[in-house]
Design a binder for this molecule. Structure first.
Ligand code: XCC
Ligand code: SF4
Length: 634
């Protein structure tokens, strides 16, 4: 055991499930993210501060104020360098979500054109509802309306469209504020592209202007690309409704062909589900000695299937390598984002086949299937067959499934939440006004090997519900909450008496799973609905967001669009901005003046809960609402 492992296990850095498989990996000489983090440590302090720049070959430069290296060759100082880096960071995250959203718009368009028999509109009511909401002619048939909607949303990606369709969901005051600040997003593709331009040497040299532009980029994601992803996925694959399912590696089956779908887009994984239910392929699985085919999810693809189909979630970000280490996985079918390149190395140590499905995501050594709406059905069959054949090579003596699965309730789309509460925002608002629900916090995002696994998510959620604050959860935070038993109605026992009473009356958990990371758009939409019903701007609501264990560019984009929408956001780790006094002050304070919300950085989840509680208490006071029940911050 090396020093890092020793230290980590002494402070139980991992969940029990992970710990056992880490032992196994170590005995097999398999390197995991934690091992590589150790080898990378100590990490570069200058990069950590956001002070290194490699945007041109007069550099690369490291800005070290005080060491007579306070400017890069071009003259960029610490503030400018940090702002340029941060702008590109946010652009990377926004582009990822939005390009995912585009894939859904394209599939809807193909449905409208009658060019695919693999996909169809599942939620026709939502298709027509959305078309009407966006002011489109919704009097035609399904196909015609699908095409019209796809073309309308497709136009939002361009610079010359009529303006982002979903902005109409915002309270007028928020839109006026954005217009005044010049941060209303103009085109989903335009904003990240413009950020690449602005941050080229010698374009935007004002750190404040760059930060505002970063906010505009993030809004093109939250109110653009991500919202397209969510809404169109609902139309094509069905709007989620509460459903019972299971999480953790215990969902893998010793007696079945296990297929893990990994990545973010539901476009491929939904076809894999169909293929796994195909009688011919099931027959082949039986011939190979398996009793069936078990499709489970990882990361956000997993969240998509969990929400809509009740497909079990095998694990979140930091469990992906370990899922393969169980030795029970026949195939990983991956689309894009958050798929560690190391998964190929780990797969090679077992009989596991790695299948890549997106033309955007190439993994050298993988079986490569480039899915399109035309070939999706057939390719999904072929991929499932590869998994079935791999089952014959499984060595059952190497299989270790370390835990029993845990039950969860998933599927809380806004439609489902509002329906559970009587069909409109009013009952939820009444509960907030009375203080039965003191407020709400969206806990979102990733895991990070730098932090004690899942602990920050779970500790924060428990503290919040105890204080009468409803929690909404998305992305990789979901696996953590599920494993901790927080996603079942019985978790009401851990909530304040009033919140518990409401949960029991409705049969819902105090921590509601609302989807994948693009589905954070559901949360901002819900905030906008509540603010509008209350006749205030979003920043007046007793709500907040938190990404306690975040790692990715996408998480930074989500945090920034939440803040720019008016939702104060807690981060468990600071972004790479601390080298700039101007950018740091803007993030922690200045944004409050500009958009009525800002970031809170706090690594201790208990302290974070206290800060979020105080924030919510202050918002309630400002609205003239009683403090509400639950443990109330002083
Ligand atoms: Fe990735 Fe979405 Fe983060 Fe998980 S939560 S590690 S971004 S998979 Ni989106
Ligand atoms: Fe250095 Fe400026 Fe080039 Fe960055 S853009 S590498 S700071 S010269």
């Amino acid at each position: 055991m090396n020093e890092f492992h020793k230290e980590a296990s002494e402070c139980s850095m991992w969940t029990e499930e992970a710990g056992r498989l880490i032992e196994k990996a170590r005995s097999l000489g398999i390197s995991l993210a934690w091992d590589r983090l150790e080898k990378q440590s100590p990490q570069c302090n200058i990069c950590e501060m956001g002070l290194s720049c490699a945007k041109c070959v007069m550099g690369p430069c490291r800005i070290i104020p005080g060491l007579d290296r306070d400017k890069g060759v071009c003259g960029a100082d610490a503030d400018l360098t940090v702002a340029r880096n941060f702008g590109r960071f946010v652009a990377g995250g926004s582009a990822s979500h939005s390009d995912h959203g585009r894939d859904l718009v394209e599939v809807l368009w193909e449905i409208g054109e009658g060019k695919t028999d693999a996909y169809a509109v599942k939620d026709e009511a939502k298709l027509f509802r959305l078309a009407e909401e966006l002011g489109l002619d919704a009097k035609g048939g399904v196909q015609e309306t699908a095409k019209r909607l796809a073309e309308r949303l497709g136009a939002d990606f361009s610079s010359f469209g009529p303006g982002l369709a979903f902005l109409r969901r915002l309270p007028r005051a928020r839109l006026d504020l954005w217009n005044k600040l010049g941060i209303t997003p103009r085109g989903i593709d335009r904003e990240p592209v413009e950020m690449l331009h602005r941050t080229h040497m010698g374009v935007d040299c004002d750190p404040v202007s760059l930060c505002l532009a970063a906010a505009r980029v993030s809004l093109s994601d939250g109110w653009g690309g991500s919202m397209c992803g969510t809404e169109i996925s609902d139309i094509i694959f069905g709007t989620p409704k509460p459903n019972k399912t299971k999480v953790n590696l215990g969902v893998l089956r010793k007696d079945q062909v296990n297929i893990l779908v990994h990545g973010h887009s539901p476009v491929v994984s939904e076809m894999v589900l169909l293929a796994a239910a195909d009688p011919e392929i099931l027959e082949k699985a039986r011939e190979a000695g398996a009793t069936g085919i078990n499709v489970c999810g990882l990361c956000c693809t997993g969240n998509e299937l969990l929400m809509r189909r009740g497909i079990p979630l095998a694990g979140n970000h930091m469990m992906t390598e370990l899922a393969v280490v169980t030795g029970a996985v026949e195939a990983i079918i991956a689309d894009y984002q958050c798929i560690m390149p190391s998964l190929l190395d780990v797969s090679r140590c077992f009989h596991t086949k790695f299948i890549s499905t997106s033309d955007k995501g190439h993994f050298p050594g993988a079986e490569r299937f480039h899915f399109t709406p035309q070939n999706a059905r057939e390719l999904a069959r072929q991929a499932a067959l590869i998994a079935v054949l791999a089952f014959k090579n499984r060595d059952q003596s190497r299989v270790e499934i370390p835990v029993e699965p845990v039950e969860i309730l998933s599927g809380f789309s806004n439609e489902a939440i509002l329906e559970a509460l009587g069909g409109s925002p009013e009952p939820l608002l009444d509960a907030v006004k009375k203080g039965t629900v003191r407020g709400a916090v969206g806990i979102v995002g990733c895991n990070n090997p730098k932090l004690k696994q899942d602990h920050h998510h779970v500790a924060l959620a428990k503290e919040l519900i105890k204080r009468g604050i409803l929690v909404l959860v998305t992305g990789c935070a979901t696996g953590a909450m599920g494993k901790a038993g927080l996603l079942v109605p019985e978790a009401a026992d851990l909530a304040s008496p009033e919140l518990a009473g409401l949960c029991r009356a409705l049969g819902i958990p105090p921590v509601l799973h609302v989807g994948s990371c693009v589905d954070n758009s559901r949360i901002i939409h819900l905030c906008a609905l509540l603010a509008t019903a209350l006749g205030v701007d979003v920043d007046k609501l007793p709500v907040a967001a938190s990404a306690p264990e975040w790692y990715s560019e996408k998480a930074a984009a989500i945090g920034l669009y939440a803040v720019a929408t008016g939702v104060t956001t807690h981060l468990g780790l600071p972004p790479l901005i601390l080298g700039s006094p101007i950018v740091t002050d803007l993030a922690l304070n200045g944004l409050n003046k500009a958009v009525g919300a800002a970031f809170i950085v706090e690594s201790d989840p208990f302290k974070a809960a206290e800060l979020l509680d105080r924030h919510i208490a202050a918002k309630r006071r400002d609205l003239g609402l009683a403090a509400g029940n639950g443990k109330v911050a002083a």
